[in-house]
Design a protein around this ligand. Structure first.
Ligand SMILES: [Fe+2]
Length: 279
């Protein structure tokens, strides 16, 4: 199916760091995405956190290498590459990885964070395609601080429920600690300019991963939440050595370059075997 990005959607993504695209995913693609989600739950990868056991759980899996070919095949038969190219005005679009979120019964929100203090890359042309597989009211969907993709890099969070802003790097880095956005919003709903949308299957919310963002939890109002995220990078995407030389939350081994050797600070982010999915 074809989907055309409007000038207003392009502006929203550039300026706000987030945009909702309605009606991107047709029934065939939705079936394929659901199959990928089900496969991911049956085949958890090395960075799984949580599980999918019982009536209450949080299952969060990221970048399972065993699923890569499956996602590449789906993307090749989807409009996602073209949409990313249009939102960025980019020729090249590469697929980075997937994220799988399944929360059921009672589960915490994913605490406010940016993706960038966890990973060795930066630049304008990054996008998370956040794809709901069920209805999400805005309060349970992905939320961002408007325009924060153009702002500073905070420290990451360790996602500790008893301390939602516990620094990932702390003294090993020079990042400022995350503000406690949830607490500040509870005290004053106008304290942060938050963007989120009511969404349904068929919609895609695209956000820049440097945006300060938070994903919803599960509770009596929304007892089940299923979301798949596909992450892309474009012409203006670079390897970056901003991560402190200390153990972090995820392993970040050297990345082989498409040009041979390993990616170094400032290189275009072009890992070995990456293909252009701007079809
Ligand atoms: Fe994130």
């Amino acid at each position: 199916m074809s989907f055309s990005v409007t000038a207003e959607q392009e502006r929203a993504f550039q300026e706000d760091g987030i945009v909702k695209l309605h009606g991107v995913v047709d029934s065939r693609l939705l079936d394929e995405l659901s199959c990928c989600f089900d496969w991911a739950v049956r085949h958890p990868g090395p960075t799984l956190s949580g599980d999918a056991e019982g009536d209450e759980f949080s299952f969060v899996d990221l970048g399972n290498p065993a699923g890569r070919m499956m996602y590449e095949k789906l993307i090749a038969n989807s409009p996602f590459g073209r949409i990313a190219a249009d939102l960025w005005q980019s020729e090249f679009v590469g697929f980075l990885s997937e994220e799988v979120y399944w929360k059921k019964g009672k589960a915490d929100q994913t605490f406010w964070h940016q993706d960038t203090p966890y990973v060795p890359w930066r630049g304008e042309h990054w996008a998370n395609f956040w794809i709901p597989l069920c209805d999400h009211p805005a309060d349970y969907a992905i939320k961002v601080v408007r325009g924060s993709h153009k702002g500073i890099m905070y420290d990451g969070t360790t996602f500790n429920p008893s301390d939602p802003t516990e620094p990932l790097w702390g003294d090993a880095g020079t990042f400022p600690r995350l503000p406690d956005i949830s607490a500040e919003l509870a005290a004053d709903p106008a304290s942060w300019d938050i963007v989120s949308f009511d969404v349904e299957p068929g919609d895609v919310v695209v956000l820049h991963p440097h945006c300060v963002h938070s994903g919803g939890g599960a509770d009596a109002t929304m007892p089940e939440r299923r979301t798949l995220v596909l992450r892309f990078f474009g012409d203006k995407s670079y390897y970056s050595d901003h991560l402190p030389d200390a153990p972090g939350m995820y392993e970040n081994p050297p990345i082989e370059s498409v040009n041979g050797g390993y990616l170094a600070d400032g290189d275009l982010f072009r890992p070995e075997r990456v293909v252009n999915v701007n079809l």
